[in-house]
Design a protein around this ligand. Structure first.
Ligand code: PRP
Length: 174
């Protein structure tokens, strides 16, 4: 299959947004024990750039989640495949996502992590596809608010595990 890629956000454009989020987070958490929780796999590049742009100390951990059903018709049921390795009790926590689409993944994780009694729990997403929501959930830090439903690849986002390594964000045209 031949797919063509159309650039939507260059490396430079993404960097500006990441730096902007990092600035907000750094000013909101000047002296707390901040834990960033990345959702694998998609968030790994965003998280790596974000933590290097912060000027406050952070601890990093990851979860890996799986949702049942096909990618286009999610049932809304999410399962933890790999859990956190550290306790978040009494800590300030930010969940880091590459993209929020239906909101089902982040909604599940937020509910799950709330049960562990963090001091605070916020959501940070590089891309927020607001029009696709199936559950009401809002991110606290957003890099790009996207109204159009583009199929996105690059900067961590994949199509059948390909294209995650592209430095920009592209739309995939079949
Ligand atoms: C993507 C993305 C989010 C989720 C968002 O992950 O990284 O975690 O989908 O979708 P939602 O808001 O509709 O729940 P995916 O399941 O493709 O796995 P990946 O991160 O390993 O690519």
């Amino acid at each position: 299959m031949n797919n063509s890629l159309k650039i939507l956000y260059s490396q430079k454009a993404i960097r500006r947004r990441v730096e902007n989020i990092a600035k907000q987070i750094s000013s909101h958490y000047p002296s707390s024990e901040l834990i960033l929780v990345g959702i694998l796999k998609g968030s790994f590049i965003f998280l790596a750039d974000l933590v290097r742009a912060l000027n406050v100390p952070v601890i990093i951990d990851f979860v890996r989640l799986a949702s049942y059903g096909s990618s286009t018709h999610s049932s809304g049921k999410v399962q933890i495949l790999k859990d956190l390795e550290i306790s978040i009790e009494g800590k300030d926590v930010i969940i880091v996502e590459d993209i929020i689409d239906t909101g089902l993944t982040i909604n599940f994780l937020k509910e799950e992590l709330s049960k562990r009694n963090p001091r605070s729990l916020k959501i940070c997403a590089l891309i927020d596809k607001i029009s696709r929501r199936k559950v009401e959930i809002e991110a606290d830090y957003v890099g790009i608010k996207m109204k159009k439903d583009y199929f996105l690849v690059g900067y961590g986002l994949d199509f059948s595990e390909q294209y995650r390594n592209l430095p920009g964000i592209f739309t995939l045209i079949p």
